[in-house]
Design a protein around this ligand. Structure first.
Ligand SMILES: Nc1ncnc2c1ncn2[C@@H]1O[C@H](COP(=O)(O)OP(=O)(O)OP(=O)(O)O)[C@@H](O)[C@H]1O
Ligand SMILES: CC(C)(CO)[C@@H](O)C(=O)NCCC(=O)O
Ligand SMILES: [K+]
Length: 281
């Protein structure tokens, strides 16, 4: 058993693995050095539950279906044994796009840090985010290359590779939350605005809806344009979407560009699908 940890720009993303099988995945806020020490002392899954799970309930194993099947069966079969026999500290594979948060984990004795060198894609440039590389590698492993990944997180990124597992490139822009936060934070009159569940009307007659319309319709048009351009170059390619805002975005896309929405692979765990097939643990 081992833990995968992706340190994102807003929060931590966790995966619990048996071998290459992803058993469950969940998110927490950043952890203090004290909690990191407690985590290193965990001897059972119950301990883990009580330490990492103070922000939200520990998740059930992934539902049956798709790539989860074998892993969950394997996991259940060995569940009792696994509960008793956690290696302590549990091996941790860490990937981070937030160097200051990585430092907290240096004290954890059984940690391997995933870097671009561990990702078997070619053509990676040295400053490419490890989250982008892992998500692209994970998606390509499961659904094949060429592949374009849209990660709708704090930043929204497009990252694509061709049929030779070679990075074509991509783009980075402020994610939905960041666009609203910037508008509210850098202007004198604009309020904080929540993301609406449904696509708002385009022509707004109040401030909140005007901000929602502006940010969302422009982002949808941008996504459509990037995906269309990608399909011109790689007509057979799959396109996958992940990240904390994926569900909202899919809802909006469904209303505005249903053909694109229906052709996207929606997968919250792309980064962990990439992490499980690195050759470092
Ligand atoms: N509980 C939550 N905490 C923070 N963001 C959340 C939460 N639930 C949904 N979100 C949405 O997820 C987005 C952040 O996405 P995600 O969690 O993938 O970002 P991240 O931690 O920065 O990871 P990455 O760096 O990989 O993008 C925010 O824009 C927000 O709207
Ligand atoms: C773009 C983000 C912030 C997305 O999480 C991250 O992947 C990152 O910090 N990347 C480094 C720059 C790059 O990917 O070119
Ligand atoms: K981010």
């Amino acid at each position: 058993m081992w833990l995968g940890l992706m340190i994102g720009n807003s929060r931590l993303h966790w995966g619990l693995f048996v071998g290459e099988g992803l058993c469950c995945a969940w998110d927490t806020s950043y952890l203090s050095a004290d909690v990191v020490r407690q985590l290193a002392g965990c001897r059972t899954v119950e301990d883990l539950r009580s330490v990492i799970n103070y922000t939200r309930s520990f998740p059930a194993p992934l539902p049956k279906g798709g790539w989860g099947v074998e892993m969950c069966d394997n996991y259940k079969e060995n569940w009792d044994e696994n509960l008793q026999s956690l290696i302590s500290p549990l091996p941790l594979v860490l990937a981070s796009v937030v160097p200051s948060e990585t430092a907290v984990w240096q004290s954890y004795l059984n940690v391997r840090i995933a870097t671009l060198n561990n990702v078997p894609l070619s053509g990676l440039y040295p400053t490419l985010g490890i989250d982008r590389a892992l998500a692209l590698w994970g998606a390509g492993q499961v659904w094949g290359f060429p592949m374009l990944v849209i990660d709708a997180g704090t930043a929204l990124t497009f990252t694509g590779a061709d049929c030779n597992d070679n990075l074509v490139g991509g783009a980075i822009l402020p994610g939905l939350g960041l666009q609203f936060a910037t508008l509210a934070g850098k202007t004198g009159q604009l309020p904080s605005v929540d993301l609406p569940e449904q696509l708002p009307r385009r022509y707004a007659v109040n401030t909140q809806e005007a901000m929602q319309s502006g940010v969302i319709y422009t982002l949808l048009a941008g996504i459509k344009d990037f995906v269309a351009a990608w399909w011109q170059d790689f007509p057979e390619s799959n396109v996958a979407i992940t990240g904390g805002d994926r569900t909202l975005l899919i809802n909006y896309l469904q209303s505005q560009f249903p053909k694109i929405a229906n052709s996207l692979i929606v997968e919250p765990n792309l980064i962990f699908l990439g992490m499980r097939s690195l050759t470092l643990h």
